[in-house]
Design a protein around this ligand. Structure first.
Ligand SMILES: [Zn+2]
Length: 477
């Protein structure tokens, strides 16, 4: 890094640390914010006003949902190039974070494995001497929020103005799949806004994520899997419930166990879709043979790859199929009482090659066969379903702009599209925008990726500098 970059890195690290110190933990439910949550989100909003005076002066601000912020920096037909020349642009990052132990509440953060207090916003070198910001939200998603606002603040200070409107959507309950992004999208739709380009969290510049790839991979999510939550309910003859001393021959709990076991042994079919083929094509030139040859021919080898890839580990398996996992189990509430009814909540992530209805039908078939017709009855109820999103374009100016900005900020990274496995606020925006790219322009090692929603979340200060560069390039060319 140049001396200038070192100074900038230090400054950005200190500013991110200030954002981390405001504990904007996602509100526990979808109701109105309690006084303490309202105060904390108000504090973050005030801090953003202090750190980004030009953005706040230039933008019209709407509060969306409970504490989400939707800022519109009006287009002025500026000819600075960049993404807004294509039409309105929406940049998204969420203010809220998942919980972590609070030192000032007497919670044992060290005992839970944190090296620094999660909300203290510590800036210190890591083991390799790299200046690092430690704390909850540094990667998810305050780091991205910071670099977005820094870039716009800098550009406005240099006299840059967007061509079409630039929207900044700062959600406040992403981690609960809460209503603020939904409200923002409704507002955009009501105003007739058709975003030409949307960027939200998702992929990142990752190392060690792809076998054989030595260079970092900038994984840009161009689609998102769907989410289906089902409840499997097994009900028996109520006369057979009761005292555990006289169990029936066919109990509801063993039947539910058979159903869950069958689901694990009968996964959804694997399909190598177009996004995966495009990802392999992007990576192929940068991995050694024979993997290079295999990946370069992925389009013609879809069927054998669909059989092979699920064997390579959970993350790769999740890329090529709908996943199913049981989460909440319910049965009897007492040690000596036999349940008349047992249930399991099943969480599915629906592959882009499938649909929510397909995924549900698969579970119904497998479960009915496992429980059989004699004995307890089984039913499957859909609690919640959202379809996978369509894939954003890879063959036009919008992808070229995003991948060009990545290469500008991270010259050594291989840019590759992928399907995002988790759900994000971006899926709501995908309803009104055909080009949504899910990418946080931050470097993440394997350890850093697992610190998201885990312990010791941290980001390198140098990566914040590169992140600002990404957004500047995207907006101003
Ligand atoms: Zn997030």
């Amino acid at each position: 890094m140049s001396d200038d970059d070192v100074t900038t890195a230090r400054r950005l690290a200190d500013r991110l640390a200030r954002l981390v110190r405001v504990p904007t933990v996602t509100p526990a439910d979808d109701g109105p914010l309690g006084p303490e949550d309202a105060r904390v989100f108000g504090e973050l909003r005030e801090l953003l006003g202090e750190l980004y005076p030009r953005v706040c002066a230039a933008a019209e601000v709407d509060v969306v949902g409970r504490a989400g912020l939707l800022l519109r920096v009006p287009g002025r037909g500026g000819d600075g190039g960049g993404a807004t020349a294509l039409g309105p642009v929406v940049l998204m990052a969420h203010q809220d974070v998942v919980p972590a132990p609070r030192g000032n509440a007497g919670e044992d953060w060290a005992g839970e494995g944190w090296s620094h207090e999660p909300f203290a916003g510590v800036v210190a070198p890591d083991g390799a001497g790299e200046l690092t910001v430690h704390g909850r939200g540094t990667l998810d998603d305050k780091g991205a929020l910071l670099v977005t606002l820094e870039a716009v603040e800098d550009l406005l200070g240099e006299g840059w103005r967007p061509h079409a409107d630039l929207w900044l959507l700062l959600g406040a309950d992403e981690e609960r799949e809460g209503p603020s992004a939904v409200a923002a999208v409704a507002l955009l739709a009501a105003r007739g806004v058709e975003p030409a380009l949307v960027v939200d969290e998702g992929g990142a510049v990752v190392t060690g994520a792809f076998p054989g790839l030595r260079r970092p991979m900038a994984a840009v999510g161009i689609a998102e899997k769907g989410v289906v939550t089902l409840e499997i309910v097994v009900e028996g003859d109520p006369r057979h419930a009761g005292h555990a001393s006289t169990p029936p021959r066919r109990g509801v709990v063993p039947a539910l166990g058979r159903a869950l076991d069958a689901l694990e042994r009968t996964p959804h079919p694997a399909v190598v879709d177009d996004v995966t083929v495009a990802m392999f094509a992007a990576v192929a030139p940068h991995v050694p043979p024979p993997l290079r040859w295999l990946l370069a021919r992925a389009d013609r080898l879809r069927a054998p790859l669909a059989r092979l890839l699920p064997l390579l580990g959970g993350e790769i398996a999740a890329m090529v199929r709908t996943t199913t996992t049981a989460t909440v189990l319910r049965g009897s509430s007492a040690a000596n009482v036999i349940a008349a009814r047992a249930s399991a909540v099943v969480n599915m992530r629906v592959a882009t090659s499938s649909t929510a209805a397909d995924a549900t039908a698969h579970v119904e078939r497998v479960v009915a066969r496992a429980v059989g017709r004699r004995g307890p009855s089984v039913s499957v109820r859909v609690l919640d379903a959202s379809e996978p999103t369509p894939a954003s374009p890879l063959d036009d100016e919008r992808w070229a702009l995003v991948s060009g900005a990545v290469t500008h900020a991270y010259p050594d990274a291989v840019v590759a599209p992928y399907t995002m496995l988790a759900a994000s606020d971006a899926r709501h925006v995908a309803r009104i925008a055909p080009a949504v790219y899910r990418f946080s322009p931050l470097r993440m090692t394997a350890a850093q990726r697992s610190s998201i929603h885990g312990v010791d979340e941290n980001v390198a200060a140098s990566s914040l500098v590169a992140g600002v560069r990404f957004y500047r390039h995207l907006l101003a060319g």
